[in-house]
Design a protein around this ligand. Structure first.
Ligand code: ZN
Length: 436
């Protein structure tokens, strides 16, 4: 027998992110409990995340850290003992945070506890009952229509009792104490785009940032939606003033175009950086103004904090049919979209890291660039439009315009403007302004 050499191409970053999503997908997460912990422990294999445990009952602003929910099994059995709805087949079948229940019910008594999507009869909806103690099951509309008039045994083998809210945090020190916050909710069970995609992109960003020299400090939060950001803000009041920019990451793997939702401030550097990156990238994109709805930007942008935190998604929450249903599955998210989302986030971070003001040291007429070898080297590896970028940087570097101001006014992408500034500094005609 002859051995055949198997050549395997290495996985792309997009495929790595998709593989992490596939690993985490089966876990039954909620806003508290062991599914959330198990998810963060898996992420600890990727980045050195610190897990924090906040006791149930802890007051956090106008809210209280809830009881901890854990579930082992759940089903609806017909009178023949067959599981007609089975949590073990999909964790979406149980209304997330349902109180424990074990009883026998007629179909008429059971029906008010059942949720379906009649317009999508093969999809299971995702429903929660976090802040009102109740119970229920989600099933496909086809399953519902097949239920006979029978007596059913209903079991939700769960506990809802005092415990902890868990969140994960990874802080990276930069030269400056000014922080960039990257926040991702992790509380949904088997849903891929919302929000395993955001978590996977945040993990890859954290890995990248940890390997780079950095001016800014970074804080990555892996939290349950809403109550997690409220809890973090309540318990970290002294850290909040260091947050200078932030992104809430979610829904980053679907095939839709990228979308950036501005912070409540609307004109913060992160808002301008994101708009710049999207307008200089390939393909369509959407820019949205802030609305007090969505994900954790609602808390970061509440008036008492008003942080410069925007939201980056592809198709935003609630605007795709598959949203909050079993159709938000592993096939709904693609390695290509994940990689594209990651690349755009990196470009936004790059602007936040490198935007600065410079001063032209030879402002009386143009300095002669040709004699410095800066003006004729077209085709010698220089970036397109590089000479024009040099002229823009020289003209506007009067201590008042930053590189992003210049890039926007010139209509040239930030990378090219930054590279031009570096060349001018190397040739002694540009210098950083003194830090304010
Ligand atoms: Zn959601």
């Amino acid at each position: 027998m002859t051995a055949t050499a198997v050549t395997q191409r290495p996985r792309t970053l997009g495929e790595d992110m998709h593989a992490l999503i596939a690993e985490l997908y089966p876990i039954c997460r909620s806003i508290t409990g062991d599914g959330f912990r198990e998810t963060l422990r898996r992420i600890q294999d990727e980045i050195p995340l610190t897990l924090h445990e906040v006791p149930s009952g802890t007051p956090v602003f106008d809210w209280t850290v809830p009881k901890e929910w854990n579930i082992r099994d759940a089903y609806i059995k017909n009178s023949r003992g067959e599981r007609v709805v089975d949590f073990k087949r999909s964790n979406l079948h149980v209304v997330n945070y349902s109180v424990p229940v074990r009883r026998r019910l007629s179909l008429a008594e059971l029906t008010p506890h059942l949720y379906t999507l009649p317009d999508h009869p093969d999809w299971i909806p995702y429903r929660t009952s976090y802040y009102a103690e109740s119970w229920g099951f989600c099933l496909t509309h086809r399953q519902f229509l097949a239920l006979e008039d029978d007596e059913y045994e209903v079991c939700i083998d769960a506990t809802l009792e005092d415990g902890h809210l868990t969140y994960g945090e990874y802080a990276l020190q930069g030269e400056s104490p000014d922080e960039i916050l990257i926040s991702s909710h992790c509380c949904h069970p088997s849903l891929a785009n919302d929000n395993l995609s955001g978590m996977a992109v945040a993990v890859s960003l954290a890995q990248h940032v940890s390997r780079q020299a950095r001016r800014c400090s970074y804080r990555f939060l892996f939290i349950p939606g809403t109550i997690g950001s409220i809890t973090w803000l309540a318990l970290n009041r002294t850290r909040v003033p260091f947050i200078r920019h932030g992104l809430v990451l979610s829904c980053l793997g679907d095939r839709g175009a990228p979308t950036y939702k501005r912070s409540r401030r609307g004109d913060a550097l992160v808002d301008r950086a994101a708009a710049h990156v999207l307008s200089h990238g390939d393909g369509p994109y959407t820019l949205l103004d802030f609305v007090p709805y969505g994900y954790d930007e609602r808390q970061y942008c509440s008036p008492g904090f008003n942080l410069a935190v925007g939201s980056f998604t592809r198709t935003p929450n609630g605007r795709y049919l598959e949203y909050h249903s079993s159709a938000d599955n592993l096939a709904f998210v693609t390695p290509e979209s994940l990689a594209d989302s990651y690349a755009r986030c990196l470009k936004i971070l790059d602007i936040l890291e490198h935007d600065a003001r410079y001063v032209n040291l030879k402002p009386m007429c143009e300095p002669q660039l040709g004699k410095r070898g800066l003006y004729t080297a077209v085709g010698g590896g220089q970036l397109p439009g590089f000479e024009l970028a040099l002229l823009w940087v020289l003209n506007l570097s009067d201590r008042t315009h930053s590189l992003l101001d210049i890039a926007d006014r010139a209509g040239i992408c930030f990378d090219v403007i930054r590279h031009a500034a570096e060349s001018l500094i190397a040739h002694g005609v540009l210098a950083p302004t003194d830090p304010a």
